[in-house]
Design a protein around this ligand. Structure first.
Ligand SMILES: *Cc1c(COP(=O)(O)O)cnc(C)c1O
Length: 433
């Protein structure tokens, strides 16, 4: 509940708050923002008492919906006992138990867990680990990263360098570390020789530290999908080139693509895996970078070899306790068992949406459905925002990526809420076009 009137609250916001990914002039002059006062399960409720299905899990984090009673109870219980302590020469039960549980849930061969705050820091830690891994083994010439065109790995300057969305890197391009980009293949299941050889070629030269990729779907690029064979190829190409494979499961992990980890679809284990967002159930910032023994062991020995890195909230007990509860909920509420039926409904809806004239390339994968509303759909396109407005009138929150309209609802969205969301998106696309 808010103590301010809606109007007063919006006025304060527009006077003082700088919003993320938001052209602020247009926001202040034209936008009537959602004022969310509470959220429950798949729904957001606004200041006028209206209910909206949350079509993107609130920026991909609320994988178990909002206010899951078990997560909230875990958070409260932990807050009463221990909200924070550092993890430097100190430990506590949530961090230790979560480490064990994560390794058990992880793809084979990932045996150690490094905690941080969010997706960006999980990736930032990973790229520093990759550089340290090679340097500690006398291969200081391995400083170059390879990333995919259209990639998104977060906001810090290090991972901005790995980002392949031109609009997001433009202002910083001259101060970024060296990264070579390769284009991921299209969606064809058959191996695309040109894409495959470009990847192999980019990793050659003896100076590659690591390949970094979002497995199966490039989220921020506009829900661009590519097939599992490319992941298997990436694993082989990294091994041949002596480079590490860093997989960014910040968006894809915890069931988004239909399996718990996206890499499972290719039977691939990376050397490093980054998880955030769904990892802490959307309750609070928390992330982890999982690594193999081979990576971990490279930092053993003389103290200078240690990984000199760590954020203030590394291993935060609240986040760790909630992240443990998230894994328990997945297991005890059989969350993954509910995915095939939901994925089927999303696929069917986007097939229908793809038949609406003016749409292009309707697609789906697991708990993601997406459609382009323009040729060469870009982030600054306005058509997606018309769909957003139509959906808002009909009771769904659907934030587009420019001219790409997509859904990525909570993994456990009740079927009636999912059907409501998909119906609203279909009507809204038809109306907007
Ligand atoms: C969101 C995202 C990130 C960055 O995570 P933050 O928590 O926003 O820092 C990194 N990689 C991928 C694939 C993401 O979707």
């Amino acid at each position: 509940m808010t103590t301010l009137s809606r109007e007063a609250l919006v006025a304060l916001d527009k006077r003082f708050v700088w919003h993320p990914y938001t052209p602020m002039r247009r926001y202040v002059d034209e936008v009537d923002p959602f004022v969310v006062v509470r959220a429950s399960g798949p729904y957001l409720f606004d200041a006028d008492g209206r209910r909206y299905v949350d079509g993107n899990s609130s920026w991909w984090v609320a994988a178990l919906g909002h206010g899951h009673p078990r997560l909230v109870a875990a958070l409260k219980a932990q807050a009463d006992v221990l909200a924070h302590t550092s993890l430097a020469g100190v430990t506590h039960e949530p961090a230790a138990r979560l480490g064990e549980r994560l390794v058990a849930a992880a793809p084979e061969g990932l045996t150690r867990v490094f905690y941080s705050d969010d997706g960006s820091t999980a990736l930032e830690a990973a790229i520093k680990m990759a550089l340290g891994f090679h340097a500690n083994q006398g291969r200081a010439e391995r400083r170059r990263f390879v990333s995919l065109g259209g990639a998104f790995h977060g906001e810090t300057l290090g991972v901005t360098a790995l980002g392949g969305v031109e609009l997001f890197r433009r202002s910083y391009a001259d101060v970024l570390m060296r990264v070579d980009f390769v284009e991921p293949p299209g969606r064809a299941d058959a191996e695309d020789c040109a894409a495959a050889s470009a990847l192999v070629e980019a990793l050659r030269g003896g100076d590659a530290a690591a390949l970094v990729l979002e497995p199966l779907v490039q989220g921020a690029a506009g829900m661009r999908l590519y097939p599992p064979w490319y992941l298997a190829l990436a694993r082989r190409a990294c091994d041949e080139a002596g480079a590490l494979l860093i997989v960014d499961e910040v968006f894809t992990g915890y069931g988004r693509t239909g399996t718990f980890w996206a890499v499972e679809a290719a039977g691939v284990s990376p050397d490093l895996l980054c998880t955030a967002k769904a990892f802490s159930g959307g309750l609070l910032p928390m992330a982890a970078t999982l690594v193999s023994d081979r990576v971990f062991d490279a930092f053993l020995g003389a103290p200078e070899r240690a990984f000199f890195y760590g954020h203030s909230f590394c291993g935060n007990p609240l986040g760790a306790r909630v992240a443990l509860e998230v894994l328990d909920v997945y297991a005890e509420e059989a969350v993954m068992e509910g995915v095939p039926e939901r994925a089927r409904r999303i696929a069917a809806a986007f097939e229908r949406i793809g038949r609406i004239s003016g749409t292009k390339d309707a697609r789906s994968l697991g708990m993601i459905g997406a459609v382009d509303l323009a040729q060469d759909a870009g982030y600054l396109g306005r058509t997606g925002w018309r769909v957003h407005e139509e959906a808002r009138r009909r009771g769904a929150y659907v934030r587009p990526l420019g001219d790409v309209v997509y859904v990525a609802p909570p993994i456990n969205t009740p079927l009636d809420a999912l059907d409501e969301l998909l119906g609203i998106v279909e009507d809204s696309v038809a109306r907007a076009l």
